[in-house]
Design a protein around this ligand. Structure first.
Ligand SMILES: [Zn+2]
Length: 224
């Protein structure tokens, strides 16, 4: 009875979260964690870069093309210079599942060209679908364009305006306290928000204290 009940629950959950085959949600080895910041360049970006630099941590920024305004280019350039990963998050935070393959290609390439105008490095193509929304068609289209599609397995919901700093911190503490670096790894979803920047030194310190190694997105998903 228990077995059938578990099987039923699993089928229901899988039905709700039909993730494409191949999409990345965690690092390839236990004990690793990587910080990813979504949605683009904001007034908190420079502070986040300061904190990452001070702690010698390389993170990933999934950027909305629309935030690539001329006066933000120095922030983007600094992100590249500090060794962070820059990933594509569409031009306008678009919901890809409702777009045609042609629309996806145009949106994503326009954003990608914005990065290319600032970076002198060869661009590694990472992509995060807004809202995490994608399906096998969208995923296959992005992969055919050369992208590695990255989701997450820890969401502190800092994107919700109503979430207080304390609630975000409690949620993080809860995740990390229940985790085991011998078994678990994390791709942590964060946003370039003031409250997140304020918590960042403690987020880094607690991950390290618990035995997680904070690595770049490249190292997190690498199989070497
Ligand atoms: Zn987003």
């Amino acid at each position: 009875m228990k077995f059938w009940f578990l099987l039923l629950c699993t089928s229901i959950i899988m039905g709700f979260f039909k993730l494409p085959i191949g999409v990345i949600q965690s690092c390839s080895k236990p004990g690793l964690a990587t910080l990813t910041f979504d949605d683009g360049i904001t007034s908190s970006s420079s502070l986040i870069l300061d904190i990452l630099e001070k702690n010698n941590v390389r993170a990933a920024f999934f950027i909305i093309g629309e935030t690539l305004k001329a006066n933000n280019f120095f922030v983007l350039k600094r992100s590249y210079d500090q060794g962070h990963t820059i990933g594509n998050h569409t031009w306008k935070h678009s919901y890809l599942n409702k777009m045609t393959d042609e629309q996806i290609e145009e949106d994503v390439l326009t954003t990608q060209n914005g990065f290319a105008s600032v970076s002198r490095q060869p661009l590694k193509k990472f992509f995060r679908p807004p809202y995490g929304a994608n399906n096998q068609r969208v995923y296959d289209k992005l992969v055919s364009m050369g992208f590695t599609v990255v989701l997450w397995n820890m969401d502190l919901r800092d994107w919700r305006a109503a979430k207080t700093k304390k609630q975000i911190w409690d949620s993080y503490k809860n995740h990390i306290s229940n985790a085991n670096p011998l078994k678990d790894s994390f791709i942590i979803l964060l946003h370039t928000k003031e409250k997140t920047a304020a918590l960042l030194p403690d987020i880094i310190a607690l991950a390290k204290a618990k035995g997680f190694k904070l690595v770049s997105l490249d190292e997190c998903i690498s199989h070497n």
